[in-house]
Write a protein that binds this ligand. Sequence first.
Ligand SMILES: *Cc1c(COP(=O)(O)O)cnc(C)c1O
Length: 395
Amino acid sequence: MLPFIDLNAQFTRLEKDIRARIDAVLAHGQYVMGPEIAELEAQLAAFAGVRHCIGCASGTDALFMALLAHGIGPGDAIFTTPFTFIATAEVISLCGATPIFVDIDPKTYNIDPDKLQRAVTALQENDPAIYPLPRNAEHRTLHGEPAVTAKAVITVDLFGLPCDYDRINAIAQKEGLHVIEDAAQGFGGVYRGKRACSCGTIGCTSFFPAKPLGCYGDGGAVFTDDNMIADILRSILIHGKGEDKYENVRIGLNARLDTLQAAILLPKLAVFPEELRQRQRVADEYTERLSDLGSLVTPPSVPEGYESAWAQYSVLSDRRTDIQKGLQEEGIPTAIYYPKPLHLQTAFSFLGYHKGDMPVSEACAARIFSLPMHPYLKTREIDRICACIKKIIEK
Ligand SMILES: *Cc1c(COP(=O)(O)O)cnc(C)c1O
């Protein structure tokens, strides 16, 4: 079986450096907040072009910390996409706030700015005819005030492609919303000269092994240019600490990145720019070979001025089941991200959304699937995968 993501090829290449870095941690023994953390944070901040980077325990914690740093809680409404991994919206509910889902653009699979504006207006006007709203957002207090107030939008750079930040930031500025960028899949991507994690007020990423920049366990990071928010994030990271560990000035978490994971990430970050170029090569080779299939298989599209980090190479097809089965028989793995949009998940049934509320996400969920994608995928392997797809659909 061809690997869907080949972590071994990368390890073989970096083994000497990674082992040396792990040995150094074993020698100094500072497993929690060791020197590798600050070293990595400085390099990540420089890479993303952002003043502050704070390592943390996962992408989920990064998002949770971002919401806490903005003081999000009960009574607040946070707009986000339903076509993402559960973590994006889960943290909104964990804070006690209300997620309001906004459908995606059919070409980029990212949150649609026009629909975001409509959803914001629908909430202000308390009119779900303008845009579908969750059940509790339609309620008014006894004084006629909205039960929830718009506070932020969590954008997701899905499959590695940044969102349309010029338009999203313009809406956010007009409506007084924070923009939290979920770049768990997008780290390394570029939007009009800006790196992912620098496009909103706070950027979040994940170092889960399968992400473009992955460690050997769980890990994540938060990014911001705002000095005050950075201080708050560093406090939330360690139990709401003040001047020292035993002075606690707010309710926080234990969300630290492990020193060992930081040590593992340092040699990986050194080759990351080159790996991003290899991911781009793989994507280009796929697209070149699949582009003559017309509407049978739709390759991803990257708008002018954007660069994807290519966390996934995802295509649309009405023949998804046939193609996945045929590829499986040839030892070629595929995956579906995501089979069920979040507004239809049981976990969010309390919001009262219905099938048909987010038609673009629902249509994509029924047709999308992802092909093997990693920097070490060879041209001849891509040739074989694409030839198999053509054979299957010609049958
Ligand atoms: C992976 C992922 C997360 C969560 O990251 P973890 O490190 O697994 O907690 C959040 N959002 C998106 C879009 C993701 O793909």
